[in-house]
Design a protein around this ligand. Structure first.
Ligand code: SAH
Length: 482
């Protein structure tokens, strides 16, 4: 069930609670806090409810439930503890198109009461869609512990200052930046320490110092290989502050989901062989948005400076006087190695690593193949899926042993990761047999022999011939583990 979350203004509105026990009492208390005109109906009621009625805080309907109790109500809560009666109330309420909550019965309820964290004026409501109320309560406890106790006073301060802030900073972008500075840093810290007067003074100073027009900028952010856990904290933060996000095809949806909700997202995807937005166009977009005062995040798979054309983009921004920053990311070589259990260097097997691309602006012949073919080093080859045969041929010609192991990692760090292992002698054949597709990264070198034994993520590596090979690899894995 997919629920639509909403916060209802119940001030002065009549709400009926049917039931007179402890549960009804709790529900009535919450409704009173929201200022509702609470009516409680039951044949007998708890002492607390009786006291509230005597004090005029709630209205009573004594006796068995009647349809007429629903007259003029906005909401109904059935807390009778009697399933048949609860069902009748739900049916009658539905007939009148009244929202009804039957306590602990998601099926009969047309609205649910969430678990709530109260940092007035901030309210956080959590729902598990009726699936597991205990889970929602557990989450609430965790959030309670994690949330800044100064949140309430901070929101109240922001409310007091709102009109002034709007007057001084009419431009939305400038105002948003100001709020970010107001709501993080010194002001909440002072409130937390119980120094509201100093907090006000600090807010005053911030507002006076705030630029009236927003200055655009571009941040190149490395999104990592796919697993959102591999995004850096700074990258996460930049995504939160972005007005516009220009992202590549390789960026995973899970990473993109961490960005600010109302940021404009523009896919400028580049896939192998399909440059559907040209680099020039990306440059123009960055410049146009930055000049409009936006904070642009240029979000790239892996790291922006590893085969990501980040260098060209910075040159362009610099030439046009746009301020920029760079947030590194976990590049595919590091991620694929880690998630395939292949250490890129190893005291016994490899003393250096090279990051290479099989697919250059110019031809293969600018590559120093003799150097790449040396032993006891690891090659991490990007963008190579369609060039594996050429790669194999050149490396063999230049003396790399046919028995050199490789691990080919497709969709590294993603749930659908696959790893194919084998030796250089059969590299293109194995890649074809297992239909390896982009994005895939080739790790070639002595260290790749460790993949079957050290793999820990996803399915075990695929080897020589598809089904039979799996078991022989598994055997050699356990043999070398011993
Ligand atoms: N800037 C990126 C590389 C961009 S080039 C980085 O630092 O990772 C694109 C190539 O990166 C792909 O063709 C593939 O070889 C590699 N790649 C990127 N993400 C990958 C992933 N999740 N799994 C395997 N290879 C990946």
């Amino acid at each position: 069930m997919k629920l639509y979350p909403l916060f209802a203004d119940l001030a002065g509105r009549r709400v009926l609670v049917v039931g007179g026990g402890a549960v009804a009492e709790r529900k009535a208390a919450m409704l009173l806090e929201a200022g509702a005109a609470v009516v409680v109906g039951a044949p007998s009621i708890s002492p607390a409810l009786a006291a509230w009625a005597a004090a005029g805080r709630i209205n009573l309907r004594a006796g068995e439930f009647e349809d007429a109790w629903l007259d003029a109500c906005w909401l109904v809560i059935a807390a009778t503890g009697e399933p048949l009666l609860n069902r009748r109330i739900a049916t009658l309420a539905a007939r009148r198109r009244l929202f009804v909550n039957v306590v602990d019965d998601a099926e009969l309820s047309s609205f649910q009461v969430p678990a709530v964290i109260d940092r007035a004026p901030v309210t956080i409501a959590i729902s598990s869609g009726g699936a597991a109320p205990v889970l929602a309560r557990l989450l609430r406890e965790r959030l309670e512990a994690w949330l800044d106790p100064a949140l309430g006073p901070l929101a109240a301060l922001a409310a007091r200052w709102r009109a002034r802030i709007r007057r001084r900073l009419p431009e939305l972008g400038a105002r948003r930046r100001f709020y970010e500075r107001l709501l993080t840093g010194a002001v909440p810290a002072l409130l937390r320490r119980g120094q509201p007067a100093l907090a006000e003074a600090e807010a005053e100073r911030l507002l006076a110092d705030s630029p009236v027009a927003s200055v655009g900028s571009v941040t190149l952010v490395g999104a990592g290989p796919g697993d959102p856990g591999l995004l850096t904290l700074r990258g996460h933060r930049a995504l939160h502050e972005a007005d516009v996000i220009l992202y590549d095809r390789l960026v995973s949806p899970e990473v993109l989901a961490l960005a600010r909700r109302d940021a404009e997202r523009v896919e400028v995807g580049k896939e192998a062989g399909n440059h559907h937005v040209t680099q020039e166009r990306i440059h123009e977009l960055m410049l146009a948005h930055a000049r409009a005062g936006h904070r642009v995040v240029r979000l790239k798979g892996g790291d922006p400076f590893v085969f990501g054309r980040g260098g060209e983009e910075l040159e362009y921004l610099r030439a046009h006087g746009v301020p920029y920053e760079v947030v590194p990311g976990i590049t595919a070589a590091l991620a694929c190695a880690a998630y395939a259990g292949v250490p890129l260097t190893h005291r016994d097997h490899a003393q250096s690593v090279r990051l290479v691309t099989a697919h250059c602006r110019r031809s293969h012949d600018t590559v120093d193949w003799a150097a790449l073919a040396q032993e006891r080093q690891t090659l991490a080859v990007y963008m190579g899926v369609s060039e594996l045969a050429t790669l194999q041929e050149r490396l063999l010609i230049h003396g790399r042993a046919p028995a050199t192991p490789f691990a080919l990692v497709e969709n590294g760090s993603r749930p659908e990761q696959r790893v194919v292992t084998g030796t250089l002698a059969r590299l293109p054949q194995l890649a074809q047999a297992h239909a390896v597709r982009s994005p895939a990264l080739l790790i070639l070198g002595e260290v790749a022999a460790l993949a079957p034994a050290l793999a820990w993520f996803g399915e075990p590596p695929l080897g020589e011939a598809a089904p039979a090979g799996v078991s022989s690899i598994a055997m050699s894995a356990s043999a070398s583990a011993r």
